[in-house]
Design a binder for this molecule. Structure first.
Ligand SMILES: Nc1ncnc2c1ncn2[C@@H]1O[C@H](COP(=O)(O)OP(=O)(O)OP(=O)(O)O)[C@@H](O)[C@H]1O
Length: 258
């Protein structure tokens, strides 16, 4: 039990038709902690994140952030609440029609946190924190490599100095060296901000770089949660099989159904 957890989930359940995806998820993340959720393809990691973000509504369960029960918030209150959080989506999810600087400051401008005339300078400053030069600010996302797009996505995620940041598969599609650079940047920038983070990934190098705590989602439940240092001796055969990427073990490849 964490005292005054920043994020708390209790008994969160979600099904689609007869398919049970989350089957009573209990989770606590302490302030300033980095939790990484691992689990196979289709295990429900994205559904879990979407429930916390309010994109999907869980069928049951309690979700609290800073002690506030998210189900008690109206749609507009929830939107304002979520405005305090950063998010790096899989594939960076940048707006192609806007230059990089507008992508980075999109949330700040939408929330009227800065005047438009200051936005480009602010974007250049934030871009420098993720290792991008000032001239990148005027390019369009389509002109950037995948690694640069992830950096821009990270710049956007940290732009408002968020207290909580969610990372959805932050290294997908990157070569191992660029993935390592992005992992380092995520670890450095989130520590600097003192942000609480939840990352979902199946990239074990991300886990080892980013995590303080690790939890594994399997068949709708979190079957193991522990410190990163305990990951290699979890005593859990499912975790062992997953982190070593073995075909043999208790996790059986199932025929994927709709
Ligand atoms: N909106 C939806 N409607 C119906 N089924 C859905 C919906 N969203 C997700 N699912 C189902 O929920 C299950 C979990 O999906 P989810 O995307 O959370 O998996 P994941 O662990 O993030 O997988 P991956 O690592 O491959 O991204 C899948 O079987 C998926 O088909």
């Amino acid at each position: 039990m964490t005292e005054n957890p920043k994020i708390k989930l209790q008994g969160v359940a979600k099904r689609f038709g007869r398919k049970i995806v989350l089957d009573g998820v209990d989770l606590e993340v302490a302030k300033g902690q980095s939790l990484v959720v691992i689990g196979g393809s289709g295990s429900g990691k994205s559904v879990l994140l979407k429930c916390i973000l309010g994109i999907l509504r869980p069928d049951h369960g309690l979700m609290e952030i800073d002690g506030t029960d998210l189900s008690t918030l109206s749609r507009s209150e929830r939107q304002a609440f979520m405005g305090r959080f950063g998010m790096l989506f899989q594939g960076a999810a940048l707006f192609d029609s806007l230059p990089v600087w507008e992508n980075v400051t999109f949330g700040l401008l939408a929330a009227k946190m800065i005047p438009r005339r200051e936005a480009r300078d602010r974007a250049v400053e934030i871009l420098s924190r993720v290792g991008l030069a000032a001239d990148v600010a005027d390019l369009n996302p389509a002109e950037l490599s995948g690694g640069m797009q992830k950096r821009v996505g990270l710049a956007r995620a940290i732009a408002a100095n968020p207290e909580i940041i969610f990372f959805d598969e932050p290294t997908t599609g990157l070569d191992p060296i660029m993935a390592d650079v992005i992992n380092d940047l995520i670890a450095e920038r989130t520590r600097e901000l003192g942000a609480t983070t939840i990352t979902i990934t199946h990239d074990m190098s991300s886990v080892r770089k980013i995590a303080d705590r690790v939890t594994m989602l399997y068949k709708g439940k979190l079957i193991w949660t522990g410190d990163k240092a305990d990951l290699d001796h979890s005593g859990n055969a499912y975790v062992d099989q997953f982190i070593h990427g073995r075909a043999e073990g208790p996790i059986r490849m199932e025929v994927l159904k709709a």
